[in-house]
Design a protein. Sequence first.
Length: 106
Amino acid sequence: MDKNVNMSLLIDFYGEMLSEKQREAMDLYYNEDLSLSEISDITGLTRPGVRDRLVKSEAILKNLEEKLGLLKRFEEMKEEISLIAKELEMGDYDPHVIIERLKMLS
């Protein structure tokens, strides 16, 4: 997965754990695709200050994912659902097996 997409997903999952200022910087950088200089202009931080805030925020999000694994679990569930959908489209499935696989996702 692309690094920026992965970080955007981490923001979606864990962004509320960041301070408002950290969340704003992460959103501007990863979701709005603004440069460090542009974020500096918006926030009033120096460019190195913006970079420092981003690095610290990224570390927090990665640490949360390492401990909680919500994004990993989400991706696994998405993949399993995709496989089930393909089997259903092909008509090659046992309904009881599909039901058990879906129960395991919850």
